[in-house]
Design a protein around this ligand. Sequence first.
Ligand SMILES: Cc1ncc(COP(=O)(O)O)c(C=O)c1O
Length: 483
Amino acid sequence: MKESPLGAELRAELKSLIDQLQHALKEVIDSTDQRIALPPDSAQALRDFHQPLPESGSGAAATIERLIELNQRAGGNTGGPRCFHFVIGGSTPAALAADLLATAYETITYTWVLSPVGVQMELQALDWLKDLFGIPRDWSGVMVTGATMANFVCLAAARQWWGEQHGVDPSECGLAGLPQMPVLSSGFIHASTLKCLAVQGIGRGNVTRCVRDDFGRVDLARMASELEALNGQPALVIVNAGEVNAGEFDPVAEIIALARRHRCWVHVDGAFGLFAAVSPRTAHLVKGFEGADSVTVDGHKWLNVPYDSGYAFVRDYALMAKAFRYSADYLPSEDRERPTPGAIGPESSRRARSFAVWATLQAYGRQGQQRIVEHCLDLAQHFGEQVRLHPQLELLNEVQLNIVAFRYNPGGLDEAALNALNQRLGQAVIDDGRFLVGTSRIGSTTVFRPAFSNWRTRFADVEDFAKVVVEVAAGLGNTATGS
Ligand SMILES: Cc1ncc(COP(=O)(O)O)c(C=O)c1O
């Protein structure tokens, strides 16, 4: 049989693509500080996507040019210094380079058998992360796509524990016949945790929120009496170390101490908040978290590694191994010496996220990470100052970490009008394109909630942000004041 020329053609194309790729990477990486946060005139570029499947294709060179052009016209600069939406970090130089290499090597980290280096790097990086945060070394860990999946892993381990407390292995038998799992938290519980509870058959609506105010701060006395009322039934308590509207914290040590007086699994969602442990300025906010049973941390937030990257840490390895057991005759069996991370977490196919995590910790160490965290703490304080100084901006919460809750308040408006105004202003600021930022609600109050998690952001960026909010508000004209 005659061999198709495909292989030779693609090899030749790859060779000639390398120069173009080098140039493109240089341009894209070099321009990250300058590119607009979100191009305001992207509608035509987005319409351009609606094309039929190419019959013969335009080849790699033209396709890569087109990809760059479309990104220039419609791409969000989420790694840039002016993206304050959600909680989004940047990428350190070492992490960015290592992540590109992970793709170039096409490394698969399902199991040691396929990539001893990739898996060993994951184990080493997870150990370094434990040391960075103060997570006990004997806990188990696995890399996943982000904090949603880290919560998923931790809650799967919790569910396994809870089933076994009732004498049932839920990974084998499911939840049928078991009572509903009691789940307690504050009002700070993150949407991703609710999603996990939904898909794990525990129920999104099955959370007892013990709250004492509009913001959702925990009511410890209520939590204590709810736990008391369980009469020794096993339960899940979720501690929120860092909530998304103002960077507030549940009282971590107090909730854990309370839960320990009962038969509870304690999970700490520290997606970005656990980074408080890295600086002596904020470490008190998470003091005692290691008394929990599982912890979630995100990498693509404050570690400043590229998307997607998150980490689940669980005290008891056996529970993860039971919850995610994955075996077949053609697959390796679980072996602690030559592990298969795909058998203790949700994904079997896994890219080498470990490269970027290992590289950033290797390149900058504990001190480098502390500098990134403290830079962002400074940015938040500096932005808080800008808000305080501006007569039309109103700070809505003490700045504790890296998120600042504020609103535009020109005076003379009631609460309903202020909420409507800030909602419209939020959209107008996004439409303006110079900053990517979102609004949310604290109780019934609409707030801007810029989150600072990127080493690239400068003091000048946050100063400009305050000015742009006021300028865009002025551009809304009379309607901005509701008149
Ligand atoms: C506290 C908390 N938990 C979980 C998540 C979900 O993280 P991810 O989007 O990485 O899945 C976030 C995201 O902002 C978060 O802030």
